[in-house]
Design a protein around this ligand. Structure first.
Ligand code: NAG
Ligand code: NAG
Ligand code: NAG
Ligand code: NAG
Ligand code: NAG
Length: 352
């Protein structure tokens, strides 16, 4: 049925009822996809999507938004090493969604408590947010990531809501840069993960710097294996870095490398930002690199100014995450400082 005929029939129906307004309200607020009265077929996790009261039946067909709508600002990196309570997750995901118009959280770090990913799923569902889940390698060179992988996969299969909020599973952070696995073994892990998650329709990626691939000979096997590309964009560390407002050529340079080698796959800048302070683990490689709050802010202003460029990039446009939600998660990179105050106004565009 066309939109027009459907509108007319509802109006006709409405006119025959005394209490027509509530009916029209209900119809106008419905989110039934292609044939609804919304300006576009809504989908999860679009900003105008209303979560259903009940879990959709069986599979995710037609559930997820088209990747071509997921460009510009999409959400935050969010570290979970603190093993936040469900109450904190609910509160912060609500803020992430409603204060900043986010569609996603990208997990960073790891919490190995039993059932923690179930809490992530619950908070994400409650707040209409999608999740980029993460298999965290850490920095100790041990095998704990295998347990994390198995636990996550088991939850994704067991929790009926999980596949409706988990947009992608990432291996990370920076497994190539940190050389935690030879690239052919990482590619093999990606392929095995895709097989494991195929019945849930959950794709798999790697969270990595351009330089991480480049220093492993390009690691084309990994790029070929992943479904989409999660890019670490941290231009502060470039050898030619100065102020963030001069960093667009650095962003373009790394992005172009993925355009050239990524076979047109969807790209997100998932670990992406500029620090307001240096620290032992955040040291520049350029004497001119400036770390302060105005430069942290200006980096996101710069990305916002290039909304149209991100939209026009292959793969359905580039989405970007702000790394990271709070300074308590990574010193200097937070949008909030460590006492919970916004460091600068932050309302980036979600479309253009
Ligand atoms: C529909 O949305 C409007 C505006 O957001 C709101 O005022 C109204 O209460 C909603 N109706 C229903 C039935 O949810
Ligand atoms: C659920 O989905 C699976 C695969 O998507 C399909 O094989 C199965 O028949 C479906 N079950 C029901 C009850 O629709
Ligand atoms: C997926 O991985 C989990 C954890 O390793 C395992 O228990 C499960 O059998 C696997 N499922 C499939 C379909 O491969
Ligand atoms: C970038 O910011 C600096 C101050 O941090 C300013 O002096 C400079 O003019 C700005 N450059 C551009 C291109 O806006
Ligand atoms: C956080 O920001 C507030 C408001 O600008 C400021 O008063 C406070 O000192 C800041 N806290 C830290 C730890 O920087």
């Amino acid at each position: 049925m066309s939109l027009f005929t459907r509108l007319v029939s509802y109006l006709t129906l409405g006119a025959t009822l005394v209490a027509s307004a509530p009916l029209l309200d209900t119809i106008a607020n419905s989110t039934d996809g292609q044939d609804g009265l919304l300006p576009h077929p809504s989908c999860f996790p679009a900003l105008d999507f209303e979560m259903p009261l009940f879990l959709p039946k069986n599979n995710t067909d037609g559930w997820w938004c088209d990747p071509s709508t997921e460009y510009a600002f999409v959400g935050f990196s969010y570290e979970v090493t603190a093993c936040q309570s469900l109450a904190t997750l609910n509160q912060e995901f609500h803020d992430i969604r409603h204060h900043f118009n986010s569609r996603y959280v990208r997990l960073y770090g790891a919490c190995d408590n039993d059932g923690f990913y179930d809490d992530i799923v619950e908070a994400a569902w409650n707040n209409g947010l999608g999740v980029h889940a993460l298999i965290w390698f850490g920095f100790n060179g041990d095998d704990v990531w295998m347990t994390r992988r198995d636990t996550l996969f088991a939850t994704l299969h067991a929790n009926p809501k999980a596949k409706f909020v988990t947009r992608v599973v990432q291996f990370g952070s920076e497994p190539l840069f940190d050389n935690v696995l030879p690239h052919d073994q990482l590619a093999e892990q990606v392929i095995l993960a895709k097989q494991n998650l195929s019945s849930l329709n959950i794709p798999v990626t790697v969270s990595e710097l351009a330089y991480g691939y480049q220093e492993r000979g390009g690691a084309q096997d990994v790029l070929d294996a992943i479904d989409s590309i999660n890019i670490h964009m941290l231009p502060f560390f470039d050898q030619t870095a100065s102020t963030s407002n001069e960093s667009w050529p650095l962003v373009q340079n790394d992005l172009q490398w993925f355009i050239d080698h990524g076979d047109g796959k969807k790209m997100n800048l998932d670990e992406n930002g500029w620090p307001s302070v240096t620290s032992p683990s955040v040291q520049p490689n350029s004497p001119d690199a400036v770390a302060d709050i105005p430069n942290e802010h200006e980096y996101f202003v710069l990305l916002d100014q290039h909304c149209e460029d991100f939209k026009a990039t292959v793969g359905g446009g580039v989405g970007w995450f702000a790394h990271i939600y709070s300074d308590n998660m990574e010193p200097g990179y937070g949008i909030y400082n460590s006492s919970g105050h916004l460091k600068f106004p932050f309302a980036p565009r979600t479309h253009c």
